[in-house]
Design a protein around this ligand. Structure first.
Ligand code: ISE
Length: 335
């Protein structure tokens, strides 16, 4: 039987996931679209022929319309969806972040631990990108010696006016806070932020780009160029420096053309295309895990909580200084 997924939120990510589940994912169907905005709901429903539309997740649950939920509303609205979905014991794939702060993430962890096993997967899709997975395997193999540094670039062509200074950390570097410990096999010890010359093309209220420096517990040093007004494209790239080698992922890999005395390679303009295959893999593996009864195959709510702690340190570091990240011990529930 197809897993009946209720997609909560039909904005950019929700609409993208609805089309993905309908067209590319096997073993699942979008059975409900939860979206209070009628225009958005109608537009999304065009890609979800089997879906009923609801204004609130509680209504979809009460109508017994869903076996699982995919949460794609903005982060501040996650908790009010997570709680009733946990109450109903539904498997959940929650777009990043888990919640906007560590205190509310902790509440979610406490509620989830009343269930028999973890039910929440967090949508840090980079872990499902083939090149990220290959780099992690290289780190683990030891073939190039020990990892010493990661040099990360995270570039967006532009951001909307509603994007605030702290979102450089909580909306964007949030991905590095998840994927770097996963790649390097070590938690984050501290975060620091440096400010280079400001990009005059940034929205007036933003001071960016920024350079984020992370020290990991195992001594690996990481820098992240976080740059959201580059105009020319969307890039997420990493160079890994090992004792006896280097590795690079995320280079432009599009169509190569020679014309009028110049050579060019097509590149992405948006995360929806850059990570399309990763999103597909993330959702297919989640659907398979739900069918198989493990419910989660990827970052869980504990990982989401650790990222919330790192984001709090990162937001403080925007004001200066080296800010430590201190996490409690991992509950056995998440072992
Ligand atoms: C956006 O919300 C994302 O999650 C993208 O992956 C990230 O690159 C972008 O900076 C964020 O605004």
């Amino acid at each position: 039987n197809d897993l009946r997924i209720g997609v909560v939120g039909a904005g950019q990510m929700g609409a993208d996931h609805i089309a993905r589940i309908t067209n590319r994912i096997s073993g699942a169907v979008v059975s409900a679209v939860v979206e209070p905005d009628p225009g958005r709901a109608a537009a999304a429903a065009a890609n979800a022929p089997a879906a009923a539309t609801f204004a609130r997740v509680e209504d979809a649950i009460a109508a017994d319309a869903v076996d699982a939920v995919l949460i794609a509303v903005p982060g501040p609205f996650h908790e009010p969806v997570l709680m009733p979905a946990l109450e109903a014991r539904l498997p959940i794939l929650c777009e990043k972040p888990l919640t906007p702060d560590s205190a509310s993430s902790w509440q979610v962890l406490e509620r989830e631990q009343q269930l028999d096993r973890p039910h929440i997967q967090v949508g840090f899709m980079r872990r499902f990108d083939a090149e990220y997975a290959a780099l992690r395997a290289l780190v683990q193999s030891g073939e190039s010696g020990e990892l010493m540094m990661l040099r990360c670039a995270h570039r967006n062509p532009s951001v909307p006016e509603s994007y605030t200074q702290s979102m450089l950390i909580t909306d964007s570097v949030v991905h590095e806070f998840d994927v770097v410990p996963w790649l390097a096999g070590s938690p984050i010890r501290s975060v620091e932020v440096k400010h280079p010359r400001r990009n005059s093309l940034s929205p007036a209220h933003l001071r960016e780009p920024i350079l984020v420096i992370m020290e990991l517990e195992n001594g690996v040093l990481v820098d992240v160029e976080m740059n959201v007004s580059v105009q020319f494209g969307y890039q997420v790239a990493t160079e890994a420096v090992f004792e006896k080698g280097l590795a690079r992922i995320g280079q432009p890999a599009g169509l190569q053309t020679w014309r009028d005395g110049s050579f060019s390679i097509a590149d992405h303009m948006s995360f929806t295309t850059r990570f399309a295959a990763a999103y597909d893999a993330q959702i297919q593996r989640w659907v398979n895990a739900v069918h198989g009864g493990t419910l989660v195959d990827g970052p869980n709510a504990w990982d989401g909580y650790l990222v919330a702690l790192a984001c709090e340190a990162g937001v403080r570091a925007l004001e200066g200084g080296i800010v430590p990240v201190e996490a409690p011990a991992r509950p056995a529930f998440y072992a």
